[in-house]
Design a protein around this ligand. Structure first.
Ligand SMILES: Cc1cn([C@H]2C[C@H](O)[C@@H](COP(=O)(O)OP(=O)(O)O[C@H]3O[C@@H](C)C(=O)[C@@H](O)[C@H]3O)O2)c(=O)[nH]c1=O
Length: 153
């Protein structure tokens, strides 16, 4: 696994009426930074969002619905996983928290038949005038990973 990624299974409490699942509690000590901002995004079937990278913040995902492959590529020279990839599969069948360290390229591919829905609570607020977001085309030669049967940006 790429250095600095944090993963945590969520507990789903189920009863006759429905379910409850906590998404984030600083007392878990899962991540050192507090909740300061939150949004959700969706990805349509057959689509991928990426490659994206953030220089100064981490993403912290909670996949609520669907099935998604996250591909990470680590370009950080100081990292123990420099130059490596990770492929991680998230599903609503096993809800987890998943953090992506700053500086790590990521692409999120919807591999299921329905929209993917992800709640993201990044470690900083979104700066509408200068977002901390860097992009590369999915088919860039700068990242030696090939996607099949998907489109995106
Ligand atoms: C991320 C974000 C976007 N936006 C707006 C900007 C733009 O008009 C529209 C779409 O923005 P983007 O193209 O950046 O959205 P999107 O490509 O869905 O961005 C997200 O992709 C996933 C895969 C991630 O990993 C996240 O870090 C985030 O980059 O939404 C906000 O208003 N607030 C936000 O927090």
């Amino acid at each position: 696994m790429i250095e600095g990624v944090r993963i945590r299974d969520l507990v789903v409490h189920t009863d006759d009426r429905g379910t409850v699942s906590e998404i984030f509690d600083p007392r878990w000590n899962w991540h050192p930074e507090p909740m300061v901002f939150c949004y959700y995004y969706t990805i349509r079937p057959g689509w991928t969002k990426g490659w994206g990278m953030h220089k100064i913040h981490e993403d912290r995902y909670c996949l609520m619905q669907g099935e998604m492959k996250i591909v990470l590529y680590d370009p950080r020279p100081e990292s123990s996983t420099f130059g490596q990839f990770s492929e991680i599969y998230l599903s609503h069948q096993r809800r987890q928290l998943f953090s992506i360290p700053a500086g790590v390229w990521h692409a999120d591919e919807n591999i299921g038949p329905n929209d993917v829905l992800v709640v993201n609570f990044p470690t900083i607020q979104y700066d509408h005038s200068s977002p901390d977001k860097y992009r590369l085309p999915l088919d860039t030669d700068l990242i030696p990973y090939k996607f099949h049967n998907t489109r995106g940006y």
